[in-house]
Write a protein that binds this ligand. Structure first.
Ligand SMILES: CC(C)(COP(=O)(O)OP(=O)(O)OC[C@H]1O[C@@H](n2cnc3c(N)ncnc32)[C@H](O)[C@@H]1OP(=O)(O)O)[C@@H](O)C(=O)NCCC(=O)NCCS
Length: 171
């Protein structure tokens, strides 16, 4: 029998936590993940589902980057992860695409993320650029911050697009 079809859904934050805990934050309890998610009514959490199984997730909330007051309306991308067996098939790209569509609808103009250095290639493939030196997270190893300016679609004054998404720009 063939695998069930994959689809993307917007979900409440708690739906994303077991996968994030299993693959990203094994050192944290679900209650700690809930605390770090906090209360951000404008935040959006997305999952990719295959049948009943959650196979990937990504989210974003309104939050300024710590390293500079760069964007006027910055959003932070968080908790991006795909199960091992389905990596390099475009799932995380589709989820971040859903996240970016949400940020645009909310008039966000900058996205950033703290990322493991092993994932830099993924974020660069979306047009985000490294913004900081490498630092060590005591639990999850070497990290950098990446970021990308978002501009409105259809602005003819923009430079050539540098990401796969129509209308997205780097600073
Ligand atoms: C990073 C991660 C989320 C990418 O998920 P994915 O579903 O495999 O990503 P995609 O298939 O959408 O990748 C799109 C592009 O990103 C780039 N990319 C993805 N993973 C990469 C990697 N490990 N190294 C370098 N480039 C990578 C590639 O250009 C890829 O396109 P290609 O497969 O045609 O070459 C996944 O590897 C993962 O879950 N890693 C562990 C958790 C993690 O580090 N998450 C980031 C939080 S900091």
């Amino acid at each position: 029998m063939s695998d069930p079809e994959i689809h993307i859904e917007r979900v409440p934050p708690e739906v994303t936590r077991p996968l994030r805990q299993r693959l990203l934050m094994g050192h944290r309890t679900l209650a700690e993940l809930e605390a770090s998610d906090g209360t951000y009514p404008e935040a959006a959490y997305f999952v990719a589902m295959q049948g009943d199984e959650i196979i990937a997730t990504a989210s974003a909330r309104q939050e300024a980057p710590p390293w500079s007051p760069h964007g006027h309306r910055p959003w932070r991308i968080r908790g991006v992860v795909t199960v091992d067996r389905l990596r390099r098939q475009g799932l995380a790209t589709q989820l971040v695409d859903a996240v970016l569509a949400h940020v645009r609808r909310q008039r966000g103009d900058f996205v950033w993320c703290n990322v493991r250095t092993s994932a830099i290639g993924f974020y660069e493939s979306l047009g985000l650029k490294v913004r900081t030196a490498v630092w060590q997270d005591p639990d999850t190893g070497p990290h950098v911050s990446v970021g990308m300016r978002l501009r409105e679609e259809g602005n003819s004054q923009e430079d050539e697009l540098s990401s796969a998404y129509s209308g997205l720009k780097q600073v």
